[in-house]
Design a protein around this ligand. Structure first.
Ligand code: NAG
Ligand code: NAG
Ligand code: NAG
Ligand code: NAG
Ligand code: NAG
Ligand code: NAG
Ligand code: NAG
Ligand code: NAG
Ligand code: NAG
Length: 561
């Protein structure tokens, strides 16, 4: 033990540590003191000088006898300098090393009356093996513009001991004129990033030349630069907030490329309220960070303001984020606005829809009244000159059972309201026909001179329609009826259907297709003699009739009496 402590670490292998699988014999049995080196990766074809990294300088006591053997085949290794593989006490030499030399090498020696065993695992890799990465020493990561690349000690020390010659490769290409143990580079840029190899060419026994190399990557960091500051976030000038609730606002700004490490306290992201710093003010906190995006190396500063509880005073204040780098400073102003809460929005929405619903219902219910009301401003007596003589042509079919009601409707209620009250010109055949004129021609003419056709339906309407074609001569109403309907359809004349009393169980089924079609288009207006407003111009029935009538009365013409 005392002896070991005297030994000095000879070579550093820190860059190539790894663990090989150790064979079974190693896993116990012997009573000897034992040491196991870390696995050593070496490139094939080179001269390799291995000194144990757990033992130290063997020259301290030259009297110690070492015996070496390989694990494979238990072959012993001589100390003869003539052999390709031989040992110098605790050091092992391969001149050169081949792929099939990968093995576990075992040294045995006695020291201080005790046996010791040293295990040295060696792995030879082909020069272009993917495992070649294991050959590399610690990469150099520099930001210095004039870096010095040192040759790893395993090569440098041997080279000095053997009086060898140094040379350097960059990405496996010889660098002309470079023969120093260190490589001094000047003004490196990212383009100088490469694999740098230091090679020692040396002679053993004065006759053979050997190469020993070690490689390491040089990584030249992008030189950073500050750019004009660009505030990425927030993007708006206003922020909707809920007073009484906590709030956090992030301010993020681009300050340059690969500069976070160069800030040295000169990059800042701070929040201010009304131009006053919010540092050490109760209820406000902020943090700061500088982050780099990979691989672009874009550098962002971020400052998050945390307000524990948004106050009313915050709503009136002007906040600003101040982003600063050594070369630039930018501000972003922000005001806080009260956000409508979801419930109040919902209530407002419901109110609006309720009002809308009410309005549409009201318009639907009072449409007739509204129109009639508006017509009041265009007075009832206003006339219109469209060449038509009558406002309405009334057709009906008389039947025994309904005769009296029909006459009361036509000659009392209808005339009283439409003619007397509103001044409409009404044509009722029974009343207005001029005796002696050709009946067919007269009906046709008058219908064409009317703006509306009023069809008065009674329970017996059209039941005896066949009479209309009977040779004995049709009743006058039947002609009116058919000609009126015919014209109404041809001219798309507006028809007002009025129904006197109930139609009975048959409904409208017995009507002609023409009438059925009209009934489907708009339901007949029902006149009930016993209702209180039967002949009152402002009753519901007469309002609806008036609504269906033209808005202005026809102009009397002298040509037709
Ligand atoms: C190595 O030494 C330890 C004690 O120092 C012992 O327990 C172990 O068995 C030894 N291993 C071998 C392979 O001799
Ligand atoms: C070298 O080792 C031998 C045997 O172990 C011992 O007798 C001798 O004193 C040692 N020499 C030195 C200089 O330590
Ligand atoms: C290896 O060889 C040596 C010497 O020839 C012998 O003492 C030892 O037992 C052998 N070991 C094995 C594992 O065969
Ligand atoms: C190992 O390989 C070298 C050349 O590649 C060859 O000369 C030598 O005979 C090989 N040794 C064994 C033990 O196979
Ligand atoms: C180089 O070093 C810098 C800090 O000095 C570090 O941020 C970067 O990640 C390193 N790059 C590599 C490839 O190790
Ligand atoms: C060296 O090789 C690496 C990997 O192929 C490449 O990225 C780098 O640009 C090369 N450097 C030089 C200086 O040729
Ligand atoms: C040593 O390396 C140099 C440069 O790559 C090469 O020209 C030379 O042949 C090598 N020598 C041996 C013995 O491999
Ligand atoms: C803050 O300062 C700027 C100039 O530094 C000024 O224009 C602005 O009016 C100030 N705002 C308040 C709220 O004091
Ligand atoms: C800053 O605070 C915010 C909000 O609490 C948090 O999300 C963020 O991670 C913090 N950043 C730093 C650098 O501490």
């Amino acid at each position: 033990m005392r002896m070991i402590s005297l030994l000095v670490l000879l070579l550093g292998f820190s860059g190539v540590t790894c663990s090989c699988d150790l064979p079974d014999p190693l896993k116990g049995g012997s009573t000897c003191e034992n040491y196991t080196d870390s696995c050593l990766y070496v490139p094939e074809g080179e001269a390799v000088y291995i000194a144990s990294d757990t033992l130290g300088d063997p020259d301290v006591n030259k009297t110690i006898q070492f015996t070496w053997r390989r694990e494979k085949g238990n072959t012993s290794i001589s100390s003869s300098e003539e052999e390709r593989i031989h040992h110098h006490g605790p050091a092992l030499l391969f001149l050169p090393i081949y792929l099939n030399d990968s093995d576990l090498y075992i040294a045995r020696f006695d020291m201080a009356g005790k046996c010791h065993i040293l295990y040295v695992p060696v792995k030879v890799v082909a020069a272009r093996d993917p495992e070649g990465g294991n050959l590399l020493y610690t990469p150099l990561n520099i930001s210095d513009t004039n870096p010095k690349i040192t040759c790893p000690e395993i090569v440098k020390d041997r080279c000095k001991a053997e009086k060898g010659v140094f040379s350097w490769d960059r990405n496996s290409t010889l660098m002309a004129g470079e023969a120093g143990e260190d490589l001094q580079l000047l003004g490196v840029t990212k383009a100088d990033s490469a694999l740098y190899t230091c090679r020692c060419t040396w002679r053993h026994m004065e006759h053979m030349a050997y190469n020993t190399t070690a490689s390491r990557n040089l990584i030249v960091e992008d030189k950073g630069f500050f750019s004009k500051i660009q505030i990425i976030h927030p993007t708006t000038k206003e922020l909707m907030v809920h007073p009484g609730y906590p709030l956090s606002i992030k301010c993020k700004a681009l300050i340059g490329t690969n500069v976070c490490s160069k800030c040295k306290g000169e990059c800042q992201g701070t929040w201010e309220k009304n131009n006053h710093s919010l540092n050490s003010i109760d209820g406000y906190r902020q943090n700061f960070s500088c982050n780099m995006e990979e691989p672009s190396k874009k550098s962002f500063i971020t400052s998050t303001l945390i307000i524990d509880k948004v106050q009313e005073s915050d709503l009136k204040a002007s906040f600003r984020c101040r982003a600063k780098s050594p070369t630039d400073v930018k501000y972003h102003y922000l005001t806080l606005k009260r956000a409508e809460s979801l419930t109040s929005l919902l209530v407002a929405l419901m109110c609006v829809s309720a009002v809308f619903l009410l309005a549409t219902t009201a318009i639907k219910c009072f449409a007739v009244d509204l129109v009639l009301f508006s017509r009041r401003f265009l007075p009832c007596t206003k006339t219109r000159n469209d060449g038509l003589q009558y406002d309405v042509y009334v057709v009906y079919q008389s039947e025994k059972a309904m005769e009296e009601i029909l006459s009361r409707f036509l000659y009392q209620a209808l005339l009283q309201v439409l003619e007397q009250k509103c001044g409409f010109r009404v044509f009722i055949h029974g009343r207005d026909a001029i005796p002696g004129e050709d009946r067919l021609r007269q009906v046709e003419e008058r219908v064409m001179l009317s703006r509306r056709l009023m069809v008065v339906l009674t329970p017996g309407s059209e039941v005896n329609e066949t009479l209309g074609s009977s040779p004995s001569g049709p009743p006058s109403e039947a002609v009116d009826w058919q000609i009126g309907l015919h014209h109404a359809l041809l001219q798309e004349m507006r028809v007002i259907l009025v129904q006197l009393g109930d139609m009975g169980p048959q409904g409208y089924t017995h009507l002609s297709p023409t009438l059925k079609h009209l009934v489907r288009k708009s339901a007949p207006l029902c006149w009930r003699e016993d209702s209180p407003g039967a002949s009152h111009w402002n009753s519901r029935f007469w309002k609806r009739v008036r609504y269906a009538m033209p808005s202005a009365v026809a102009k009397p013409s002298s040509s037709v009496v």
